[in-house]
Design a protein around this ligand. Structure first.
Ligand SMILES: [Zn+2]
Length: 126
């Protein structure tokens, strides 16, 4: 089955994490390939209800695929940046706990303070 995109592009679009890892909502219905396909089309700004109409004209379908993949790629990059920012953002800083005598940072536990002190002594890390 060809939609006018190259095989590599279609694999990148269709085999996203949800299908590979089999994620679904707790207690929700099992996701089928068609569900993944419809979700991917929505991410590409291609309405699944108009799929047959759009695919009827081969040239128009190719344009829709290229534009949809560009939209998908932009959204994927934005979501990736958001996920990375969420991972690297400190959500809660402990108010009390042992304090580093060198830089004043507050750690939640003594064990964390000992780990932190290693960054002040490069000889201990190697
Ligand atoms: Zn420190």
């Amino acid at each position: 089955m060809s939609f006018g995109c190259s095989q590599t592009d279609s694999r990148a679009v269709f085999y996203t994490l949800e299908l590979q890892q089999g994620q679904r909502a707790a207690g929700g219905p099992e996701k089928h390939f068609s569900d993944q396909l419809k979700a991917t089309f929505r991410k590409c700004s291609i309405p699944p209800a108009q799929l047959e109409t759009l695919a009827g004209d081969r040239v128009e379908w190719q344009d829709v695929c290229y534009e949809g993949f560009a939209v998908f790629d932009i959204h994927y990059d934005q979501e990736s940046d958001t996920r990375q920012l969420r991972r690297h953002t400190v959500t809660s800083v402990p108010a009390t706990g042992p304090r580093c005598h060198m830089c004043g940072i507050v750690c939640a536990f003594d064990f964390g303070l000992r780990g932190h002190l290693r960054c002040h002594c490069p000889s201990l890390t190697s």
